[in-house]
Design a protein around this ligand. Structure first.
Ligand SMILES: [Zn+2]
Length: 380
């Protein structure tokens, strides 16, 4: 894409904090499954299909009879090959990547398999990082379905892994969401270990919200990914805030995927609904002064810059209080080029160009741009 080459090259290091991988042992687990998440081969496609989302289930079922419209996305080498990750970084002038297991992480595993799987996968990520020192770091996966003592113990071992810079977490928590009081010891342990949470959506909104035409594949992934994912993140963090999690664990630090969902846009409305609810205000003031959602966003929350638009990025900077709290990401290997030509995925990706261009438009090409692209974090 010639257009992308005209973008300013960041002088400081560029860091991608939102970039995923499925290590080969994780893909094997998905291949062995009959319910989502799963990997399935179809005679009409050269690559197996990776089917992750509830919204993809109707097509998964209909494709058994009519594979003209396939569910999910092709499972290309971009998902599990470290060489491909490095190639992608080099192609897009990315110096540092903080890689993470993609959704739905280990959320679906039986209790007895969760802790050993987490150990194996986190150790795989650690080994990958060791092969490219200074270029790769990772967010570890947590064994959320493991017994509580094993889950707590996993945080201690994660904290000792040299390239680990935090954990990636979905919104289900232990099954009841992130406002579950049973999660407080986990959040406290993460905060004490100085491990930020990279919060990422997976579960979206119920299929019924998107209607039968979306279920039939008419709108592709647009509604669940563009709207379901951000609303999921928004609701999860709002629930944490209303439950007082940020006050209970003041050292907890979170990085929110997709620029915080719709929080930067809706924080004012959330605040307005709180202050018009006397009982809620009284409860939230227990133990001292109530902090507003704006204050929490500006002290305990970082946002990635994966929103693909100048207006959204400006809202994200305003909400988080500073461009230093906004971090560039690519969401690789999702959103590949769709040209269909063989080898096109080895070139520059339009999704990355769109995102960088939006950062330039929102920040200019000076120090704020450098900060979002990773300059402020080059000391990983
Ligand atoms: Zn992602």
């Amino acid at each position: 894409m010639a257009e992308q080459q005209q973008l300013p090259k960041a002088k400081a290091k560029v860091a991608d904090i939102h970039t995923h991988m499925y290590p080969p042992e994780y893909v094997k687990v998905l291949e062995s499954r009959n319910t989502i998440p799963l990997v399935r081969k179809f005679p009409t496609a050269s690559d197996p299909r990776l089917v992750l989302l509830e919204a993809e289930v109707p097509l998964l079922e209909s494709a058994q009879q009519d594979p003209s419209l396939l569910p999910g996305r092709p499972l290309t080498k971009h998902f599990s090959s470290l060489d491909q990750k490095i190639h992608f970084m080099d192609t897009h002038s990315i110096d540092i990547s903080v890689i993470s297991l993609a959704n739905p992480w280990l959320d679906f595993l039986p209790s007895d398999q969760a802790a050993p799987s987490a150990t194996s996968i986190n150790s795989s990520f650690s080994s990958m990082c060791a092969t490219h020192p200074g270029r790769l770091y990772f967010f570890a996966a947590l064994p959320l379905t493991a017994p509580p003592s094993d889950l707590l113990a996993s945080i201690t071992s994660i904290a000792s892994l040299p390239y680990c810079r935090g954990v990636i977490l979905g919104t289900s928590g232990l099954g009841s969401g992130l406002d579950d009081p049973a999660l407080l010891p986990i959040f406290t342990a993460l905060a004490e270990a100085n491990l930020p949470i990279f919060l990422h959506p997976h579960y979206g909104l119920p299929n019924s919200v998107f209607g039968p035409r979306s279920a039939a594949g008419e709108y592709g992934h647009v509604l669940p990914l563009a709207l379901g994912f951000p609303m999921e993140t928004t609701i999860a963090v709002a629930r944490m805030f209303l439950a007082g999690v940020f006050d209970a664990v003041p050292k907890l630090s979170m990085i929110l995927a997709h620029s915080g969902g719709t929080l930067p846009f809706l924080a004012g409305r959330i605040e307005s609904c709180i202050v018009h609810d006397g009982a809620l205000v009284k409860r939230m003031k227990e133990g001292g002064k109530r902090r507003s959602l704006w204050e929490v966003l500006r002290s305990q929350v970082y946002l990635d810059a994966v929103i693909y638009g100048e207006v959204g990025l400006k809202a994200a900077v305003e909400a988080s209080g500073s461009s230093d709290r906004l971090m560039f990401g690519t969401d690789h290997p999702f959103f590949p080029p769709v040209g269909g030509e063989k080898g096109e995925e080895d070139g520059e990706w339009e999704s990355v160009g769109l995102n960088v261009k939006a950062v330039v438009k929102a920040m200019g090409d000076g120090v704020e741009y450098e900060g979002v692209m990773g300059g402020m974090r080059s000391g990983f």
